[in-house]
Design a protein around this ligand. Structure first.
Ligand code: BGC
Length: 751
C-alpha cells in the first residue's frame, strides 16, 4: 500500500515504472539511483563495520585497493570481547561522525552472524558465538551510528556462517535453530535499534537464496519483527531480480544495469509482478534517501577517534592466564620477540579493510611506556615464509639475556580473510617452533596473540607464564597492548567465543563447510559453549573467561519472580553484589546464565541471558541488578510455531564465565504447555493427556457393564505399548474400542 508522502518528497505514483525500477537498483557500485526530474537524489553507502571504507571514484571496488583514510577501530572480534555496550555505542557514534565527514549516508555494518565454526574466514567481522551478546553489542553499534543520522546495514541476514561457496551454498537449518541461534541478534537489533537497512546474505537458506527468501525478508523481518527499513542485497547476492523484489528485497547492489531494471519493467507490464510490490520497495528507497538528508557534514577529530580506538582495543584484550602475576610487566630487562611487534596485524582483509589514519607499533609503544626497562627486540620469524633458522636463533639468544620474554604471535593476513575459510586452527609452524624454544629458556614467556578467529593454544599455553588474546584490535592495537602489558589498563576483556582444545572438539566439526552445495547445521542449537557444556567437554578457555589484575567476589544473590509466563508478564529480577577484593581498580563483567528446565526438546545446559560491567575501586562493592523475561526461558517449538516456556525449575547462575559460576539459585516456573492439536494423527497418549481430549475420548469409548473402560482404554499395559500410535491407526485395529466413526466424531467435535 502506498500512502501519501510527506511534503517535499516525491510521490511514488508520479514516477514511471522505468524510474521506479531504476530506484530499486544502485546507479553504480556505491550509490543509489537519482531521478533528477523528480528531485530524487542519490546517496552514498560504504563499508564498513569497524571503520569507513569509502573508495574514491575509480577505485577497484573489490576491497583490495585503497580507500580514503579513516580510523580503523577494533574489528568485531575485539569489540565482541569488550562486553561493553556503552563503549561499543561510542565506537558506533564515532563511525557515524566519520561517515558524515565523508558524506556517506549508510555504513554497511555491523556484521552479527554467529561464529558457528572457528574456521569461518570472516569471524573477525563477527561478534560472538552467542546470540545474546551479538544482539546487544550489534544494537549498540547501530544506536551509535544512527545517533549521527547515518544509517546502519545489519548483515548478513541470515545464516551466512562460512565463506566456502558463499554465493551458492545452502545452509540447511531447522527452524528452532534459526529462531534460537541465528536470528535473535537480528531480531533484537531490528526491534530495539531500528536499523535503517538490513543486508541480505549471499547464501541460500534451506534451498532458497536469502535475497529471494520471502520467509526471511517479509514474514519474519517485516511482519513478525516490524522492520520498517530497507533491505539491500549483499553485493552480488541477487540472482533473480523479480523474485527478489517479490520476496522483499528492495535495493540491489551493485546494480545489474540494463538487466535487472528491464526485468522489473517487463514483469510489471506482463502482470507477473504486482506494481504495488514495486511501489512499496520504492517507498522504502525514498524513505532512506529522506532519512539521509537529515545528515550534516562533520569535522572528524582524528586524535580523539584514535584515542577511542585505543581504549576500545584495550577493552577487548582478554587476559587468558597470568601465572605468578608475571603481568603487569615490571622486569628491568624485557625481550620482545616476533615480527608482529613491528609489523602489527590489526584488521582483516576484504570488504571491511580500512585505510588507517595511522598505526601504533607495539614495540615502540612498549619502549615508550617502560623508560626504566631495557626493551630489546628480535623478529624471530617472518610473516610469510617458513621457519628462518637465523632469525629464530637470534631471538632465542636475545631471550636468554632477558628477565621476561614477550612473544607477539598470531595469524598472518594470508591465513584468514573474507572470501575463504581456514582448514585448521593452528598458528604457523615457524611461530610454534620458536615459541617452544623460548619456553625451554630460563625467562618466563608472555604470549601476546593477534588473530581474528580463535587459534589453538595447546599444548604451549600451559608452559607460558601469561597469555593475552588481543584479536584484531584496529589501528591503536599496538598502544592498547602496551597499556595492558604495563598495567596502565587493567584488562577486562572476556571471551565471546570458546577456545577449544582441538578442532575435532568443535560442534560443527563434521558439518563444516558442507558438501555438494549444502551445509547441514547438524549441531542444531548446540553452538559454542552450549555444545561444550552439553557434552561436558573440556576446553582450553571457556566462553566468558578473562582475568584481571585484581580479583572479585560475588555475594548476596537474590532472585525475585513476579507475574507469570502464561499472563505474559513474567519478570525475574536477579540481584547480587560484586566486590573488588584486590589491590587495584578493575572492571568485572558479570554474566547471567539460565539453566533450562527439562522440556520436550533437548536444551543447552545454560544460556547467556544477561551481562553488565562494573568498575570498582579496591575494596569497593557494587549492587548489580539484571532482569529476565519469559522469552529468556523459552525455546522455539517447531510443533507449535511459537516460543514455549516449559514449566519446571530453572537455574539462575551468575558468574565470571560460563564455567566459573559463582552464585546459583533455582526458580520454579509455572507455565501451561501449548496443547497438541488433537486430530486423527494425534496419538492415543496425546489424546489422553489433554484435559479436554482425554475425557471426550473416554466418554466416546465408554465403559462395560462393570464400569470398566472398554477396549484399549481398560488395558494400561497395551496403552504403554501402542499408546504412541495415532488414533486413526488404532481405529484400523479391531477390538480396541476405537473406530473410524468415533475418530471422525471426535475430531470434528474438536476441529
Ligand atoms: C560483503 C559485504 C560488504 C559488501 C560491499 C560483500 O562482498 O559480503 O559485507 O558490505 O561486499 O563491499
Amino acid at each position: 500500500m502506498t500512502s501519501s508522502p510527506p511534503a517535499g518528497v516525491p510521490d511514488v505514483r508520479s514516477l514511471t515504472v522505468a524510474e521506479k525500477a531504476a530506484l530499486c537498483l544502485g546507479s553504480d557500485f556505491w550509490h543509489t539511483a537519482a531521478v533528477e526530474r523528480a528531485g530524487i537524489e542519490k546517496i552514498l553507502v560504504s563499508d564498513g563495520p569497524h571503520g569507513l571504507r569509502k573508495q574514491p571514484e575509480g577505485g577497484d571496488h573489490a576491497g583490495v585497493g585503497g580507500s580514503v583514510p579513516a580510523t580503523c577501530f577494533p574489528t568485531a572480534s575485539a569489540l565482541g570481547a569488550t562486553w561493553d555496550v556503552d563503549l561499543v555505542r561510542e565506537v558506533g557514534a564515532a563511525l557515524g561522525v566519520e561517515a558524515r565527514g565523508q558524506d556517506v549516508a549508510v555504513v554497511l555494518g555491523p556484521g552479527v552472524n554467529i561464529k558457528r565454526s572457528p574456521l569461518c574466514g570472516r569471524n573477525f567481522e563477527y561478534l560472538s558465538e552467542d546470540p545474546h551478546i551479538s544482539g546487544r553489542l550489534g544494537a549498540a553499534l547501530v544506536h551509535g551510528l544512527q545517533s549521527q543520522n547515518v544509517g546502519a546495514s545489519v548483515k548478513h541476514y541470515a545464516a551466512n556462517n562460512q565463506e566456502t561457496d558463499r554465493l551458492r551454498v545452502s545452509a540447511e537449518v531447522d527452524e528452532r535453530t534459526l529462531r534460537e541461534i541465528y536470528l535473535p541478534a537480528f531480531e533484537h537489533i531490528v526491534t530495539t535499534a531500528r536499523p535503517w537497512t538490513v543486508m541480505c546474505a549471499y547464501n541460500r537458506l534451506n534451498g532458497v537464496h536469502a535475497s529471494q527468501n520471502r520467509w526471511l525478508l517479509t514474514d519474519v523481518l517485516r511482519e513478525e519483527w516490524g522492520f520498517d527499513g530497507l533491505v539491500v542485497s549483499d553485493w552480488g547476492a541477487v540472482f533473480d531480480r523479480v523474485a527478489a523484489l517479490d520476496a522483499g528485497l528492495d535495493l540491489e547492489m551493485p546494480p545489474d544495469l540494463g538487466v535487472s531494471d528491464a526485468a522489473i519493467v517487463a514483469a510489471v507490464e506482463s502482470g507477473a509482478l504486482d506494481e504495488a510490490v514495486l511501489d512499496a520497495a520504492v517507498d522504502r528507497v525514498l524513505r532512506l534517501v529522506r532519512r539521509a538528508s537529515a545528515r550534516r557534514p562533520a569535522q572528524v577529530d582524528i586524535e580523539a577517534h584514535h584515542a577511542l580506538a585505543r581504549r576500545a582495543a584495550a577493552a577487548g584484550i582478554v587476559l587468558l592466564k597470568n601465572d605468578a602475576g608475571v603481568l603487569p610487566l615490571t622486569a628491568p630487562r624485557i625481550c620482545v620477540v616476533g615480527e608482529f611487534a613491528r609489523t602489527p596485524r590489526f584488521q582483516g582483509a576484504g570488504s571491511s579493510q580500512v585505510n588507517p589514519t595511522r598505526v601504533d607499533i607495539p614495540l615502540d609503544q612498549l619502549q615508550q611506556a617502560l623508560p626504566d626497562s631495557q626493551v630489546t627486540f628480535a623478529p624471530g620469524f617472518t610473516l610469510a615464509g617458513p621457519s628462518d633458522a637465523t632469525l629464530a636463533d637470534q631471538a632465542v639468544a636475545a631471550a636468554g639475556e632477558a628477565d621476561v620474554v614477550v612473544a607477539l604471535l598470531g595469524l598472518p593476513a594470508a591465513d584468514e580473510s573474507e572470501g575463504f575459510d581456514r582448514a585448521h586452527m593452528n598458528l604457523p609452524a615457524a611461530q610454534i617452533d620458536l615459541l617452544g624454544r623460548l619456553l625451554d629458556g630460563p625467562a618466563p614467556v608472555v604470549v601476546v596473540l593477534a588473530n581474528g578467529s580463535a587459534v589453538l593454544l595447546t599444548p604451549w599455553h600451559e608452559r607460558a607464564a601469561a597469555v593475552l588474546e588481543c584479536w584484531l584490535g584496529g589501528q591503536a592495537a599496538g598502544s592498547a597492548v602496551a597499556d595492558v602489558l604495563t598495567g596502565a589498563v587493567n584488562p577486562s576483556g572476556r571471551l565471546s567465543e570458546t577456545l577449544p582444545l582441538r578442532l575435532q572438539d568443535t560442534p560443527s566439526y563434521l558439518n563444516f563447510p558442507g558438501e555438494d552445495g549444502h551445509v547441514r547445521y547438524g549441531e542444531g542449537v548446540f553452538v559454542g559453549y552450549r555444545y561444550y557444556d552439553a557434552v561436558d567437554r573440556p576446553v582450553a578457555y571457556p566462553f566468558g573467561h578473562g582475568l584481571s589484575y585484581t580479583t572479585f567476589d560475588y555475594t548476596d544473590l537474590a532472585v525475585d519472580v513476579t507475574g507469570s509466563s502464561d499472563a505474559g508478564d513474567l519478570l525475574i529480577t536477579v540481584r547480587l553484589a560484586v566486590t573488588n577484593t584486590g589491590a587495584i581498580a578493575g572492571r568485572e563483567v558479570v554474566q547471567l546464565y539460565v539453566g533450562n528446565a527439562p522440556a520436550d526438546v533437548a536444551r543447552p545446559p545454560r544460556e547467556l541471558r544477561g551481562f553488565t560491567v562494573v568498575d570498582l575501586q579496591p575494596g569497593e562493592r557494587a549492587d548489580v541488578e539484571l532482569t529476565l523475561t519469559a522469552r529468556d526461558l523459552a525455546y522455539w517449538s517447531t510443533a507449535h510455531h511459537q516460543w514455549v516456556v516449559a514449566p519446571g525449575n530453572y537455574t539462575i547462575e551468575v558468574g565470571a564465565s560460563s564455567r566459573d559460576i559463582r552464585l546459583r539459585s533455582a526458580v520454579a516456573i509455572d507455565a501451561t504447555a501449548p496443547r497438541p492439536s488433537l486430530d486423527a494423527m494425534a496419538t492415543l497418549e496425546e489424546w489422553l493427556a489433554d484435559p479436554d481430549g482425554g475425557p471426550a475420548l473416554r466418554a466416546a469409548v465408554g465403559t462395560d457393564d462393570h464400569g470398566h473402560p472398554r477396549g484399549i482404554l481398560g488395558d494400561d499395559e497395551l496403552i504403554r505399548i501402542i499408546g504412541n500410535f495415532p488414533l486413526s491407526t488404532l481405529a484400523a485395529f479391531p477390538g480396541l474400542g476405537i473406530t473410524h466413526d468415533l475418530v471422525t466424531a471426535l475430531t470434528t467435535g474438536n476441529s
